[in-house]
Design a protein around this ligand. Structure first.
Ligand SMILES: Nc1ncnc2c1ncn2[C@@H]1O[C@H](COP(=O)(O)OP(=O)(O)OP(=O)(O)O)[C@@H](O)[C@H]1O
Length: 319
């Protein structure tokens, strides 16, 4: 049975392909965003994030694959979808001379049940510039006003393309709090970002794409924690012979110097026996091991390793 539009996922994309001449911007991409949750789309420049989001918004036509937004076709059912989704557009649209509050009230006037524009201005720290013409607003204020315009119609789903790009730390926190609040109110959010801490702080699900394909997806914990069992960090009070330690640990283990002095990365299966062996090896050489820790990769390390040169097949993490 086909899901009805009310029970279907906020976004369901399967096998999406989009080409621009010789460039394949999106190459068989699958995505699924549940209602009331936040999905962060991460990827290097040119990975296909904006193209994917614009197809979901109905601004571009896919070459292949299926896209359903709130159970509907973003192009064929665009009229039905418009009032139910929020899109954060860049630029002042047709009214760059209009004042900030006027623009937001205008957006609200098109909506059946808008959020109070004054409340949104206040939450986003825009009250002081409510009377400022759009073109005189700072970049960060324009960005927050675009977010307010996307949200004023109480959308069920909101698309945010780099919502905090260029915002100062204070404004970023305001926007993060608002996005988190949306989720608690049952709104689904699909956001693209280059800020890994933003994805980590906000998203229920992170999807990393490269060359138009999903290379990993899961929660931040899945992505950073899934590989902890094959990596150990060692710090010693004096330099050690890495080749000798690697030889002691046997095949399957490597020992390489880390970035800071007398720090080392040991890769290979990590278990209590390995930890004991390293400690004993240091003791036998009268070298103090000041730290032996099972290393947690940062999201940045995961991102760089997955989207760096030479990456091969897609990794499925925590799906
Ligand atoms: N209208 C277009 N015409 C031709 N090529 C395009 C068009 N739109 C996107 N592309 C190409 O498609 C690829 C994906 O672009 P896209 O903007 O989706 O990437 P992105 O992940 O959003 O990148 P960024 O992080 O830099 O914004 C790029 O190689 C881009 O040059």
């Amino acid at each position: 049975m086909n899901p009805t539009p009310e029970t279907s996922p906020a976004v369901a994309v399967t096998g999406l392909v989009k080409r621009f001449g010789p460039v394949t911007a999106v190459d068989g991409l699958d995505l699924r965003l549940e209602r009331g949750s936040i999905l962060a789309l991460l990827g290097p420049n040119g990975a296909g994030k904006t193209t994917t989001v614009e197809i979901c918004e109905g601004f571009q036509r896919p070459d292949a694959g299926q896209v359903r937004v709130l159970g509907l076709d973003p192009i064929a059912d665009n009229d039905q979808l418009r009032s139910r989704i929020g899109v954060m557009l860049q630029g002042g649209g047709a009214y760059p001379g209009a004042k900030a509050a006027e623009m937001l009230r205008l957006c609200a006037a098109y909506c059946a049940d808008p959020i109070d524009p004054e409340w949104l201005l206040q939450v986003l720290g825009l009250t002081d510039c409510a009377g400022t013409p759009y073109r005189r607003l700072s970049g960060g204020q324009q960005q927050r006003l675009a977010l307010a315009c996307a949200l004023v119609g109480r959308p069920e789903l909101v698309f945010l393309d780099e919502p905090t790009a260029g915002l100062d730390a204070h404004a970023r926190i305001l926007v993060w709090e608002l996005i988190d609040r949306l989720r608690r109110d049952g709104v689904a959010v699909l956001l693209t970002t280059h800020l890994l801490d933003e994805a980590e702080a906000l998203a229920d699900q992170i999807v990393i794409i490269d060359h138009g394909r999903v290379v990993a997806s899961g929660t931040a914990a899945d992505l950073t924690g899934g590989r902890t069992q094959d990596r150990l960090r060692l710090v010693t009070a004096a330099p050690i012979d890495t080749a000798a330690l690697a030889a002691e640990l046997g095949t399957g283990h490597r020992c390489e110097p880390g970035v800071s002095a007398q720090s080392y990365h040991i890769t290979g299966p990590v278990n209590p026996h390995l930890v004991a062996k390293i400690a004993a090896w240091c003791r036998d050489r009268d070298v103090l091991a000041t730290e032996i820790s099972v290393a947690q990769q940062s999201l940045e390390e995961v991102f760089l390793s997955l989207t760096g040169a030479g990456f091969g097949e897609p990794a499925e993490v925590g799906r």
